[in-house]
Design a protein around this ligand. Structure first.
Ligand code: 6XA
Ligand code: ZN
Length: 381
């Protein structure tokens, strides 16, 4: 039996040391005020985005990015009674347009109805792109053909667009914005618990399971709320190519990322150490790629480097892209962090001393994702 008042952190010794809970309703439970330091904004619509298959090595395989991921994090938050869980507040479309192009947003919002309008039978399966405008093609002309538009606005075939993608992604953006608003109002920290994740999504493209860039919304909202210099620290296993691209020429938003070396790891085509920013943003981008098999002792050395750079930048607020697919048991990633390492990580993030928005990203070892993510939050809180 679970002790609801037990707030001790959990240590999973190995991915085989499993625990399970039953199926959970989406964000139904709003706990009474328990912990002043961490408020969670949970996406009530995340489960509407439920892809069936993603393309992997020439075959359609079941999606790794599943609703149970967020359910497990919520269950663990509630089990440890780690602060209040709220639904997000609504935001105007302008907040979305501060990060994404109107053309892309219009496409995402209407894509499912266009897909089904081609053939009503399409309603039974998700839409995946299969053709892309690579070097030498034009991206300025939006094709009439739906498949061509899917390719124009994406960079992989691993991110199925479903009937509920827009509603889920939009509510996720509102979670990130609500968490940022909470911090802008003076909270020490807030957590956006949402999926689909966001850090691969660029101003006008989706990919890597991401459609709207939640961390970017949070950073921009903090800027709009008067924080003049904002840092984004991306600790997900995969490089946050979308976030980097969005802020690459901005002097006011620093982006630092710790990730698997793109020479061997997804997203492959961005995330190298020599990408340091452009134009007015020169010097505001820091990539720290690491080899497969990296353990916490080495990973935390890179964290030191990133945090020192964030301090030097003079950030007044911090956004953390909190992916926990750095876990040793993650099925699609290659680092070797253990569950108790996430406690150390949370302590280190807290010690930066900045108002902080944490945004949930990757993490696919479903049985451990709640423990790992909440270990960061608990140590932070
Ligand atoms: C390729 C792998 C997608 C990685 C998604 C992720 N299908 N990004 O976790 O952080
Ligand atoms: Zn990831």
């Amino acid at each position: 039996m679970l002790d609801l008042f037990d707030r001790r952190p959990i240590f999973l010794k190995s991915p085989k040391n499993r625990w399970r809970t039953g199926p959970l309703p989406p964000c139904k439970l709003v706990l009474p005020f328990i912990h002043p330091a961490m408020i969670t904004f949970c996406n009530p619509h995340h489960a509407l985005h439920q892809g069936q298959f993603e393309m992997f090595r020439g075959a359609l395989v079941p999606c790794h990015e599943v609703p149970a991921r967020a359910d497990q994090v919520l269950a663990e938050l509630q089990r440890r009674r780690l602060g209040e869980v709220r639904h997000p507040q609504p935001f105007a479309a302008a907040a979305l347009e501060s990060i994404h192009s109107p053309r892309y947003l219009r496409f995402l919002e209407t894509a499912w109805s266009q897909w089904v309008a081609i053939d009503p039978a399409n309603a039974a399966h998700d839409a995946l792109p299969s053709v892309w405008p690579t070097r030498g093609f034009r991206a300025d002309v939006e094709p009439d053909n739906f498949a061509a538009r899917m390719g124009l606005y994406s960079f992989d075939a691993g991110s199925p667009l479903t009937s509920g993608t827009w509603v889920a992604a939009r509510a996720g953006a509102e979670c990130a914005l609500s968490a940022a608003e909470q911090v802008a109002q003076g909270a020490r920290a807030a957590f956006a618990l949402t999926r689909p994740p966001g850090h691969h999504a660029g101003a006008d493209f989706f990919g890597g399971y991401c459609f709207l860039n939640n961390a970017a919304f949070a950073a921009q909202h903090l800027r709009n709320s008067g924080r003049e210099r904002v840092a984004i620290l991306d600790v997900d296993y995969h490089h946050g190519n979308g976030t980097q691209a969005i802020f690459y020429d901005r002097p006011d938003v620093f982006f630092a990322s710790l990730h698997g070396d793109p020479r061997t790891e997804y997203p492959f085509f961005l995330g190298h150490a020599d990408e340091t920013g452009h134009g007015a943003g020169q010097g505001t981008n820091l990539n720290l790629p690491m080899p497969r098999g990296t353990v916490y002792a080495d990973w935390s050395g890179a964290l030191d480097v990133a945090l020192a750079a964030i301090r030097r930048f003079g950030a007044q607020a911090l956004v953390v892209s909190l992916g926990v697919d750095t876990f040793v048991g993650d099925p699609i990633s290659g680092f070797a962090l253990r569950s108790d390492d996430y406690l150390r990580m949370g302590e280190r993030l807290e010690a930066v001393g900045l108002p902080t928005v944490l945004v949930f990203e990757g993490g696919y070892a479903v049985d451990a994702v709640g423990v790992n993510a909440v270990n960061v939050l608990q140590a932070f809180a």
